[in-house]
Ligand binder design. Structure first.
Ligand code: CP
Ligand code: NVA
Length: 308
């Protein structure tokens, strides 16, 4: 049984196979109405629980549609609807859910909730975002890069802004897919040192460059995300905005990257804050492909989890 908990915990050969599989799955469906089932109903007779303790548009809809296209059924549960957090342990919840469903996807706050779920579930568990990482997003990002510009190996990927859960998974992907990563963030909002150390041990060229213009120099891919994540207290909003304003991705900053550099954002975006509308809607932006690719990448992840 394969849990998909994090990119650095997943075998690189399996990750590469998932990306190839996602490309194949996407090509096979080109032009079909979204409700058309995939040719192979690999999740026929399978029930999938999608648990959300935080809001979601993309993760919720892409998993739901993906499971249905693969012939399975879904049950979307919010944390507050369940007994989660009302005294029943995560371990007991995992044991019970495993008797009803074949696969569990969970978006939660503390990573310990995900890990406890995986430890006690007897069906595969997928990380749909925690405060620390967001691996499904980065699988979609690798797929998106590769469909536009070929292999991501040895490319220069630059992250601007908050050192959050999304860049954590991007750092893990740098280690497993072999690309260079430069992170430009204020001193107090750097990614966890342990993630950077892990990647450096894997031989990744990780640069921490506080000057955004210097960071972006020669970039093949520029990535950013919201300045205030769902788990961040709203009381830190103003301080974060003040600290992060200099890291906004605008046309002037993109001009320091390679002329054919791509721009990505996991979305939801705050136009005029971490990125300008002109970059989001500009020719280098691949954000809508990136969002679509959640669907295809996660299908490959689910197949891998179920050994299909
Ligand atoms: N990118 C992403 O995970 O979006 P949602 O929060 O809408 O799921
Ligand atoms: N960093 C963001 C990602 C949302 C998909 C958050 O955790 O809120």
């Amino acid at each position: 049984m394969n849990h998909f908990l994090d990119i650095h915990k997943t075998d690189p050969a399996d990750l590469h196979r998932m990306i190839s599989e996602a490309k194949r799955i996407k090509t096979a469906r080109k032009g079909l109405p979204k409700g058309t089932p995939d040719a192979e109903a690999v999740l026929a007779n399978h029930m999938v629980a999608l648990i959300f303790e935080k809001p979601s548009t993309r993760t919720r809809v892409s998993f739901d549609v993906g499971v249905r296209q693969m012939g399975g059924q879904t049950m979307v549960l919010s944390g507050s609807d369940m007994q989660l957090g009302h005294g029943e342990t995560i371990a007991d919840t995992a044991r019970v859910l495993s008797r009803y469903v074949d696969l569990i996807m969970i978006r939660t706050f503390e990573e310990s909730t995900l890990l406890e779920m995986a430890e006690h579930a007897t069906v595969p568990v997928i990380n749909g975002l925690t405060n620390r990482t967001h691996p499904c997003q980065i699988m979609a990002d690798v797929l998106t890069y590769e469909e536009h510009h070929g292999s991501i190996r040895d490319k220069k990927v630059v992250w601007l802004g908050d050192g959050n859960n999304v860049v954590a998974s991007l750092i893990h992907a740098a280690g497993q897919f072999g690309f260079d990563i430069t992170i430009s963030a204020p001193e107090t909002l750097q990614p966890e040192a342990g993630f950077v150390a892990w990647a450096r041990e894997k031989g990744v060229n990780v640069e921490l460059e506080s000057n955004p213009q210097k960071a972006v120099e020669g970039a093949d891919l520029v990535v950013t995300d919201t300045w205030v994540s769902m788990h961040d207290s709203q009381t830190t909003k103003e301080r974060r905005h003040n600290q992060l304003r200099a890291y906004q991705v605008d046309d002037a900053l993109m001009a320091h990257a390679k002329p054919d550099a791509l721009f990505m954002h996991c979305l939801p975006a705050h136009r005029g804050e971490e990125v300008t509308s002109s970059v989001m809607d500009g020719p280098q932006s691949v954000i809508w492909d990136e969002a679509e690719n959640r669907l295809h990448a996660q299908k490959a992840v689910m197949r891998w989890c179920l050994g299909k």
